[in-house]
Design a protein around this ligand. Structure first.
Ligand code: PLP
Ligand code: TYF
Length: 400
């Protein structure tokens, strides 16, 4: 009976927004969910998205079903954005791409592919990682384990631990990597470190499995943020990539993303694509069209494409500027001699403050600042005007 079903726990990230809504304090600040806000702390629809939508309305596009694999113009555009339009892997037709339900849905389909064609293979995920990764692999019945990533002593990358754990995993494991702007830490490997990561993955016949949720959002450049994926592709390796347009085009609720499988031949790519479609069909039949059309229009029109890049730079720039301002306030106000420079070294939407659960609770209970209990704050939800208040709260919570 339904009566026997017990209460599910709230989602650790989305639950934060619920608690925020219920708080009546004027000082309250929501740094929980990773969603871009303006300086006025309002959601932002990109101007170029509105232009593309106007154009689509004028054209009177219909609402017919898409094919299982999604919108052809979107699939072409998304693979080109990821690999670079002149990448030989595209000319060689070695990439199987299908549209997915944003990053999450694309990861879920990729997980189903692993479960079906690599039974027993393990996915290695970073410790820590985006909370939903574990849910996705659990539900897809794909075994996973963690590799060391974050070093609390340096608030930096535990590179040696990461390499050792990838080396120690059974041959042929899938190594989940954040393409750029690691969530939740904001700590990315350098290019030299990426090369060494690729070395061990190749040595062990592992598969790189990239989660690319922030292309263009970390550095402000689409190409720079894809350099990790392209470095692996250039080595002739097979790889998996889940892409999302939630953040970089602000299409959160449209659910637009893609699964890309880089294969060793065009022939293999055709077969893999047929199996991706077979997985998608009983799950959701075919993906939504609106967001995919927006992406195809923005990327397919040079004026729109340049406007998108400008707006992405603007968003990335606003986050960088509050990051700097937060750091300035922390180092000016904290008299303990603590080195806060890790805040500046982190990239992307988040800062991993190093605050533990009790200290994060103090941030919320005393200061009305909502954040996840792992000490992550979303700088995308911070305004310049609130940097000083946030710095006071962090310093108070640290020394508590
Ligand atoms: N992967 C990572 C690392 C993320 O941070 C996110 C969103 O926050 C996603 C995937 C997926 O988001 P969406 O399903 O909205 O594309
Ligand atoms: O803030 C984060 O890390 C994300 C945001 O369906 C998010 O969890 C929220 C809803 C969703 C996917 C991602």
């Amino acid at each position: 009976r339904f009566d026997n079903i017990t209460m599910a726990p709230p989602d650790p990230i989305l639950g934060v927004s619920e608690a925020f809504k219920a708080d009546t304090s004027e000082m309250k600040l929501n740094l929980g969910v990773g969603a871009y806000r303006t300086e006025e702390l309002q959601p932002y629809v990109l101007k170029v998205v509105k232009k593309a939508e106007n154009l689509m309305l004028e054209r009177g596009e219909n609402k017919e079903y898409l094919p299982i694999e999604g919108l052809a113009a979107f699939n072409k555009a998304t693979a080109e954005l990821l690999f670079g339009a002149d990448n030989p892997v595209l000319h060689q037709q070695r990439v199987a791409t299908i549209q997915g339900l944003s990053g999450t849905g694309s990861l879920r389909v990729a997980a189903a592919l692993i479960e079906r064609y690599f039974p027993g293979a393990k996915v290695l995920i970073s410790s820590p990682t985006w909370g939903n990764h574990k849910n996705i692999f659990n539900d897809a019945r794909v075994p996973w384990s963690e590799y060391r990533y974050y070093d609390p002593k340096t608030v930096g990358l535990d590179f040696d631990g990461m390499i050792a754990d990838i080396k120690a995993a059974p041959e042929g494991s899938f190594v989940l990597l954040h393409g750029c702007a690691h969530n939740p830490t904001g700590i990315d490997p350098t290019l030299e470190q990426w090369e060494k990561i690729a070395d061990v993955i190749q040595e062990k016949n592992h598969f790189p499995f990239f989660d690319v949720a922030y292309q263009g959002f970390a550095s402000g450049s689409l190409d720079e943020d894809a350099s990790s994926v392209r470095l692996f592709a250039a080595r002739g390796m097979e790889l998996l990539v889940a892409q999302s347009y939630s953040k970089n085009l602000g299409l959160y609720a449209e659910r637009v993303g893609a699964i890309n499988v880089l294969c060793s031949s065009a022939d293999a790519a055709v077969r893999v694509k047929s199996q991706l479609k077979r997985i998608a069909r009983p799950m959701y039949s075919n993906p939504p069209v609106h967001g995919a059309r927006i992406v195809a229009n923005v990327v397919g029109n040079p004026d729109f494409f340049n406007e998108w890049k400008d707006e992405m730079e603007m968003m990335a720039g606003r986050i960088k500027s509050v990051r700097q301002k937060l750091y300035n306030n922390l180092s000016a106000k904290d008299k303990s001699g603590k080195d806060w420079s890790f805040v500046l070294k982190q990239i992307g939407m988040f800062s991993f403050t190093g605050l533990n659960k009790a200290q994060s609770d103090n941030m919320t209970d005393k200061w009305h600042i909502y954040m996840t209990k792992d000490g992550r704050i979303s700088l995308a939800g911070l305004s310049a005007a609130k940097c000083e208040y946030l710095a006071d709260a962090i310093i108070d919570s640290y020394h508590n």
